[in-house]
Design a binder for this molecule. Structure first.
Ligand code: MEV
Length: 349
């Protein structure tokens, strides 16, 4: 069995259905053309050497790695009881916390864990709604399972990555890890099998995103915020109605996407954005930016968990709006994004 492997996993965008997907409504997700790369190699010393191009280097023993994962599991159970997302903060405060949890999760499933040298490189912006954490967890898990067992089982990788995502985001829907594992464009709904959505050329873009910047809040904090408002007597009915409306918009979005019905897609992106604003996940600065774009005939919506204090992550602009957006609004960080990309995969080089 080869003792070296290189794996890559894509980032993702939610074209429609963020937040409502947590409560059982459908979402349309796509794997994108920005990836995270992991090179892993078995070594004889019983330790893990992690080198992440962005987050630095650390060597950790196998028992220490296990301890960290155990502490994270206990913290998650506490969070699950109390809904206090701060219980999970120590994981994020460790620059390599996510990588450690993914490694521990994979090693927990193999009979004889060996030492490892792991190099990580990612071209997915961190914490901006583009699936950076799912991509890293999945690339690591796939690499470690392949090295130790020779197997590449997407279902197993996906299940394991969801366990890691829970420690990072609290109570995620599972959509991010599923699209990153399987790739393509998919309709994801909790409790149902994901449905691959075929893409015809008209709808493939490129889509554009505008980077409003990394939100101060994490995905877990934003999801908890919505949950609190959904449970509070004063806002319960309003939030329930918004989540239902988001579900309906997404159903219509999926049909419009399959029919390459650009007029409907544009309208639905606008409706989606208004509902996310009412849900309370879009900052004042991002709303101002989106109103400016709308004045110029460009529709856009927050993509992912959003953010309210200042920045809200990335904003999605449909293919038709891209030229207008970049021509008419200067000083925006815009990026063309290829959708419908392959899921986690092995590199032969
Ligand atoms: C995060 O990328 C999207 C959310 O819907 C959370 C989730 O699906 O777990 C906000």
């Amino acid at each position: 069995m080869a003792n070296k492997v290189t794996v890559s996993a894509p980032g993702k965008l939610i074209l429609s259905g963020e937040h409502s997907v947590v409560y059982g409504y459908p979402a349309l997700l796509t794997a994108i053309g920005r990836r995270c790369w992991v090179k892993a190699e078995q070594i004889t010393k019983p330790e893990i050497k992690i080198n992440d191009q962005q987050f630095g280097t650390e060597t950790i023993s196998l028992p220490k790695l296990k301890q960290f994962a155990h502490k994270a599991q206990k913290a998650w159970e506490e969070f699950d009881r109390t809904n206090q997302i701060a219980r999970l903060r120590f994981i994020k405060e460790d620059a390599l916390g996510l990588a450690k949890l993914a490694l521990a999760e994979a090693l927990d499933q193999v009979k004889k864990p060996t030492g490892l040298r792991v190099a990580i490189r990612s071209e997915i912006p961190i914490g901006s709604g583009m699936g950076s954490s799912a991509a890293l967890a999945i690339a690591l898990i796939a690499a470690i399972l392949k090295l130790h067992t020779g197997r590449f089982d997407r279902e197993q990788i996906n299940r394991s990555a969801f366990e890691v995502e829970k420690k990072i985001h609290g109570r995620p829907s599972g959509g991010d890890n599923t699209i990153v594992t399987f790739g393509g464009v998919m309709k994801f709904q909790r409790g149902k099998d994901p449905e691959a959505i075929s893409v015809n050329d008209e709808a493939t873009g490129p889509y554009w995103i505008i980077q409003t910047g990394k939100p101060e809040e994490s995905t877990g904090e934003m999801v908890s915020r919505v949950r609190r408002r959904k449970e509070a007597p004063a806002t319960r009915a309003k939030i329930k109605a918004i989540l239902q409306a988001l579900g309906k918009v997404t159903e219509r979005f999926i049909i419009a996407f399959q029919n390459s019905d650009k007029a409907s897609l544009n309208q639905l992106v606008g409706e989606n954005e208004r509902l996310l604003e009412q849900l309370g996940v879009v900052s004042a600065a991002t709303k101002r930016l989106i109103r400016e774009l709308e004045k110029r005939g460009v529709v856009a919506k927050v993509c992912g968990a959003g953010g309210v204090k200042e920045k809200s992550g990335v904003v999605l602009v449909l293919p038709a709006g891209e030229r207008k957006a970049s021509n008419r609004l200067e000083n925006l960080e815009t990026l063309a994004i290829a959708i419908n990309q392959k899921g986690v995969s092995f590199e032969t080089a």
